[in-house]
Design a protein around this ligand. Structure first.
Ligand code: ADQ
Length: 520
């Protein structure tokens, strides 16, 4: 570890993410499930600081994260903000757009204004937290908050700021459909480092900047974006991971053993295929169910010798597409069982619609002969990393089927890769995977688990914080007039929408009709 990295490890972190990572559960305040929380929890265990996020409308939030000194700084949003910023622009515009427009993104000007206003609230709160903790690194997360880096930069010009995108960045052709595309890009370019899971997403982002900001004197040079004032924004590829040691521990706990015992009894004499996802249309759950159906249709013998269990954690059920998805999934489960349950035998498809603890999940991972990870597109996918870790810890010979459209597919070449759009092909890939010898499967699991262990989430955090610190130090060494915030330098109008200095005689950036000066 070099000096800068060591320095980064000691600095507090102010994390800014849409949602605070706690909810009120059966045992009081608990950590919430989900990819971002799974990934960020270890940062908070190792770094002092604060987490800025929406309180989700719950009252009586504790002042610190359970079992840690990290301060929770809740933001309250009005019902209209939740509707327009969160369900609207974040989840019905940006989420589908960034996932290759797999569902049609909806473009509503009122949602955009709400997004801008909500980002202003998050930016303000983050800047205030940073004023209190001036040596902290600001680390902004995900598509909900893409304007926040620029907003924080305006308030604190020398602030080290990192941004991490947990979802894909699509090709410039798709991103260019967004009416407010320049504002999103310039919002992100307030950071010192903008990071992605894969080289592909990072390349797509750089190409989007080159295509959409070229009239704004913004230039892409290699992996950096150079702003009119000379400040270079670094981009990085940083595949996120899991706390492998923790999952290894869950795999061998006594409670897990007793859960496995119960489940083994339930699925006695059956080969268990498993799916574990947030209930989201990107995850390919329908395609997976249809592939299992084809498998059962083609192989009557399998109807009483395999079981497919789908565990779905409820997600975004305030958005129409998500409610429809739940109902479609449940119809398919019922239909397949109606068709293929053998007399006197248990159903072939099992379905749990609920969140489980990591330890409970570990028991399912340990028992499953195959995990079906079949997203149509997925930024990374942590579930597959959890599965190989647990299987390996128990000396298992499970097999991982992994969609080639996940970020994880780049990192786990030993998985059985599949194309979930080809449902029939997927059903044959499942058959192929189940036919591999136990030795071949065990070897693949061991290789993937070793990779996940070597590149775990702690390494990801430390690399990211090191990278942000390094980039911020490089900027601080620029001559004062170039290091200043682009919005205070007088010449960096492209990053200051609405404040373009007319006297500078620069061409106006291309903006969507009806674009208004953002309210800061
Ligand atoms: P998600 O879309 O939420 O995350 P994913 O990476 O698969 O997807 O993470 C899901 C997490 O939720 C896993 O840690 C899993 O254990 C947990 N989980 C799933 N089902 C559960 C259940 N029923 N009960 C309890 N926990 C459950 C987003 C992106 C991903 C990216 C992550 C992290 O969409 O592509 O990998 O962020 O960057």
């Amino acid at each position: 570890m070099n000096e800068q990295e060591t320095a980064a490890q000691d600095r507090p972190v102010v994390a800014v993410a849409n949602r605070l990572p706690v909810h009120h559960g059966d045992k009081g305040w608990e950590l919430s499930p989900g990819g971002l929380v799974t990934a960020l929890r270890p940062v908070m265990a190792t770094h002092p600081g604060a987490w800025v996020g929406w309180d989700g409308g719950t009252k009586g939030m504790p002042p610190t994260l359970p079992d840690s000194g990290v301060r929770l700084l809740p933001i309250g949003l009005s019902a209209a903000q939740v509707r327009n910023y969160y369900h609207g622009f974040a989840n019905a515009t940006l989420w589908p757009l960034l996932h290759n427009a797999i569902e049609k993104p909806r473009f509503e000007r009122a949602w955009w204004y709400a997004y801008r206003d909500a980002n202003a609230v998050f930016g303000e709160r983050a800047a205030a937290a940073l004023d209190d903790q001036s040596d902290a690194i600001a680390w902004v997360h995900d598509y909900h908050l893409m304007l926040v880096p620029e907003l924080v930069r305006e308030r604190r010009s020398g602030q080290p700021i990192g941004f991490f995108l947990h979802v894909p960045w699509p090709s410039p052709d798709i991103f260019a459909r967004l009416p407010w595309r320049e504002q999103i890009l310039t919002g992100l370019l307030g950071a010192d480092v903008v990071a992605f899971h894969t080289d592909e997403y990072r390349g797509n982002f750089l190409r989007s900047c080159a295509r959409l900001l070229r009239d704004d004197d913004i230039e892409v040079r290699g992996d950096s974006v150079v702003l009119p004032d000379g400040r270079a924004v670094t981009t990085a590829t940083a595949p996120i991971s899991i706390d492998a040691a923790e999952f290894t521990q869950h795999a061998i706990e006594r409670e897990t053993d007793s859960d496995i015992h119960v489940l083994a009894d339930q699925f006695r004499d059956r080969t268990l295929l498993l799916g574990v996802d947030r209930l989201d249309y990107t995850k390919g759950i329908i395609e997976r169910l249809l592939a299992v159906e084809m498998l059962l249709e083609r192989n009557p013998g399998l109807r009483s010798s395999i079981a497919f269990l789908q565990i779905a954690v409820p997600s975004r059920d305030d958005v129409r597409e998500y409610r429809q998805l739940r109902s479609t999934v449940e119809q398919h489960v019922g239909r397949i069982n109606g068709l293929y349950t053998e007399p006197g035998s248990d159903v072939p498809v099992h379905y749990l619609y609920r969140g489980l603890s990591q330890q409970q999940l570990a028991a399912y991972y340990a028992l499953a002969d195959a995990l079906l990870v079949t997203p149509l597109i997925d930024g990374m996918n942590l579930v597959c990393k959890e599965y190989v870790t647990v299987q390996n810890a128990r000396g298992g010979s499970g097999v991982l089927l992994l969609s080639e459209f996940t970020g994880a597919a780049d990192e786990l070449p030993q998985a059985v890769h599949c194309n979930p759009f080809d449902v029939e092909g997927l059903s044959y890939r499942i058959e192929y995977a189940l036919g591999l010898t136990a030795d071949t499967r065990r070897e693949a699991i061991a290789a993937m688990a070793a990779h996940v262990r070597d590149y775990d989430v702690y390494r990801w955090v430390s690399d990211q914080l090191g990278e942000i610190t390094k980039a911020a130090v490089a900027v601080s060494r620029l001559p004062a007039d170039r290091a200043a915030s682009p919005c205070t330098a007088g010449g960096g109008g492209a990053l200051c929408p609405g404040r373009w200095p007319a006297a500078a005689g620069r061409p106006q950036p291309r903006r969507a009709p009806g674009w208004r000066t953002p309210r800061r």
